[in-house]
Design a protein around this ligand. Structure first.
Ligand code: HEC
Ligand code: HEC
Length: 327
């Protein structure tokens, strides 16, 4: 039990391996808390709450079967980037979001955009890009958009200032991107190639429940936000420290930028609907989640400078409000 506490505290504060290392001798797999609840396949169930916020069914820091090959070290670093992106991948993170903020439990939670078993599905056609994308392309997109990686350009600190295009922006060859790919590929071991896992794509509001974007009311959303969200996300949307957990900024310069999936009303509604409020996930209706998303996407966020390169061969989705308003 002591070992477990150390491991959790170590992970929570991302102090690295002190506590976890101490446990290595006695423990082979990081499945300590799962005795309290049943996993949903490989995932932490959607209905669990903040109590399980730090549970990671497959944690490479704690898996003694992983060994110490160069690849294993990258799997571990990829995991650390995933749970503490601003610290571990600082040059590509111009905000305060970690991958883990949206992909809860290190990407191993049901209905929270889980990333387990996905590696064998790439390359995959992507409508926004209008071409096949690889897993590393997908990760680059997350850095550029959800992590506001293009903030380098907006800050005047971009390719021209740095004089080195490859380093200023993430690319499929960046070491951080490859490390995250190593972690995601490790999470996909044993899953079939080319077959969608049953838990993929379950973060969407059902089509018959979608409310037209122009019928959504940001004021209604604001009312719900004040009632259900401010205790953790703050009136200013920037996140409140609760113990060792802090919700990410929902808008403003530290949040995801206008090009992110979460900047689309229905996509954001899907995240909120099944993961928030943290202590009672699933308690919002489809309508409430959409009103909340309308409010959050009515707020300013960092510009995405490459919007004109998106949706070139497809129409701009109706809920991509930052594109429709300003393109
Ligand atoms: C602001 C929330 C947010 C953050 C932060 C975020 N993502 Fe995502 N991610 C999404 C959303 C939403 C999707 C669904 C696809 C879309 O519409 O963009 C997604 C999709 C993905 C996918 C593809 C999943 C699938 O089923 O195809 C991968 C892989 C991924 N993200 C990895 C990452 C990594 C790695 C990071 C950190 C560098 C990250 N994400 C940060 C919101 C986020
Ligand atoms: C009990 C605290 C709590 C409440 C209440 C809560 N959240 Fe969160 N929320 C969090 C935490 C903590 C995270 C970050 C999760 C992580 O990093 O593991 C988060 C993450 C999010 C995210 C992902 C992106 C980000 O900025 O971190 C969204 C979107 C979000 N919450 C929306 C909402 C909405 C909308 C409500 C109200 C319906 C709400 N939350 C209520 C604690 C809370």
């Amino acid at each position: 039990m002591k070992c477990l506490q150390y491991a959790l505290i170590g992970l929570a504060f991302c102090l690295g391996c002190l506590g976890i290392e101490a446990c290595r001798g006695g423990q082979t797999q990081a499945r300590p808390l799962t005795a309290r609840y049943r996993l949903a396949g490989p995932l932490v169930p959607a209905a669990t709450t903040m109590v399980t916020a730090w549970d990671v069914p497959d944690n490479p820091l704690d898996d003694s079967t992983l060994g110490h090959s160069p690849l294993s070290e990258q799997v571990r670093w990829g995991y650390q980037i995933f749970v503490n992106t601003p610290k571990e991948a600082a040059r590509f993170t111009h905000g305060k979001m970690s991958c883990n903020n949206c992909h809860l439990n290190a990407g191993q939670r049901e209905r929270s955009l889980p990333v387990v078993g996905l590696a064998g599905l790439f390359p995959e056609y992507n409508a926004r890009a209008g071409r096949l994308i690889s897993l590393t392309d997908r990760i680059v997109d997350c850095f550029m958009r959800s992590e506001n990686g293009t903030g380098a350009i907006e800050d005047g600190d971009g390719p021209s200032a740095a004089g080195d295009t490859q380093d200023a922006l993430p690319s499929p060859a960046s070491k951080e991107v490859l490390a995250v790919a190593a972690y995601l590929t490790w999470l996909s071991k044993g899953y079939p190639v080319g077959k969608n896992p049953t838990w993929r794509g379950r973060n969407a509001i059902p089509p018959d429940k979608l409310i037209p974007v122009d019928k959504l009311d940001a004021h209604k959303g604001e009312g719900l936000y004040t009632e259900r969200c401010t205790s953790c996300h703050g009136g200013d949307g920037q996140g409140v420290q609760i113990g060792d957990k802090k919700a990410g900024p929902l808008w403003g310069p530290d949040s995801w930028n206008e090009g992110a999936g979460a900047a689309r009303v229905y996509t954001l509604a899907g995240i909120i609907r099944y993961t928030m409020p943290y202590l009672d996930p699933g308690s919002l209706t489809d309508e409430e989640a959409q009103q909340l998303a309308a409010f959050i996407t009515s707020k300013p966020r960092s510009r995405y400078p490459f919007k004109t390169r998106d949706y070139v061969s497809a129409s701009i989705p109706v809920d991509a409000v930052y594109y429709n308003a300003r393109q």
